[in-house]
Design a protein around this ligand. Structure first.
Ligand SMILES: Nc1ncnc2c1ncn2[C@@H]1O[C@H](COP(=O)(O)OP(=O)(O)OP(=O)(O)O)[C@@H](O)[C@H]1O
Length: 251
């Protein structure tokens, strides 16, 4: 099975990952990952727990550095601090100030991205509307539920209208109705040209991605459209295709 899939076509390449390897101690966590992502593409990373999805995302954002191989974001070799303004990153665990209100959190992160005044205010309204938290702007984050914190983290990632959104399990703990609404917003952003990379364990979410990258034990075992993955595996659903293509239980 192919360990890398290169995308051809006229669209601009936003992210180019070439033969990336990352080890922690004697354990190789990512092994020879190559992948290109185009502008306006929604790519889902799917893999068992511990397969290396978050590790790969940290390399893409520049939080961590590959041992071997090359990652280029907007043509620049990562890690590079100046790229941060162009990325919106939502980590798996929420990085929020609990003692501050949601609005104060948004103002703090907005200022890091050089948002101020009326522009900051209108972006706060738009991002909090998207995650249905407008009525909870002044509440301290300590009084938020787990799902509300996820939604606030998503609003923060969207705040500065980044060209590339990187979301690590964005809909965990979010109820199905709001999850659907958030997906509609993500697809609308994608349609306007935002590139989105997300990890998920939810199969119907994977099915909505333009392409899915299947990760198994640190290797990219397949990258293709949901339809092609189903066809390739001879299975009717992404869940079955995922298992057939080597995505069974991890650690
Ligand atoms: N800083 C680190 N030091 C040592 N081991 C690490 C470190 N970060 C990750 N690992 C290990 O790398 C492996 C892959 O972890 P990673 O978080 O990338 O998996 P994942 O696919 O995102 O899993 P999940 O779906 O459960 O979030 C795990 O075995 C993890 O324990």
């Amino acid at each position: 099975m192919a360990t890398s899939v290169k995308v051809s076509g006229a669209s601009e390449t936003v992210l180019a990952i070439d033969s990336v390897t990352r080890a922690f101690g004697s354990r190789t966590i990512l092994n020879g990952i190559s992948l290109d992502v185009r502008k306006g593409e929604l790519l889902g990373l799917l893999g068992p727990s511990g397969s290396g999805k978050t590790t790969l995302i940290k390399l893409i954002t520049g939080i961590d550095r590959a041992d071997r191989g090359d990652i280029r974001l907007f043509g620049e070799r990562m890690p590079k601090l100046a790229m941060l303004n162009r990325i919106g990153y939502m980590a798996q665990s929420d990085a929020l100030y609990n003692e501050l209100s949601a609005k104060q959190n948004l103002q703090f992160f907005g200022k890091l991205y050089d948002l101020n005044g009326a522009r900051l205010e209108s972006r706060i309204q738009a991002a909090m509307s998207m995650v249905d938290l407008l009525n909870h702007l002044d509440k301290p984050v300590a009084a938020y539920s787990g799902g509300m914190k996820r939604r606030l983290s998503l609003a923060i990632a969207l705040l500065h209208e980044p060209e590339l959104l990187i979301l690590d399990e964005p809909t965990v703990g979010i109820d199905p109705v709001l999850r659907l609404a958030i997906w509609q917003e993500l697809l609308a952003m994608r349609d306007k040209g935002t590139t989105i990379i997300l990890t998920t364990h939810v199969m119907d979410e994977a099915d909505r991605c333009d392409r899915i990258g299947l990760i198994r034990e640190g290797r990219l075992t397949a990258v293709d459209t949901p339809e092609a993955l189903k066809r390739m595996s001879g299975k009717a659903t992404i869940e079955e295709a995922f298992i057939a293509l080597g995505g069974g239980a991890g650690q």
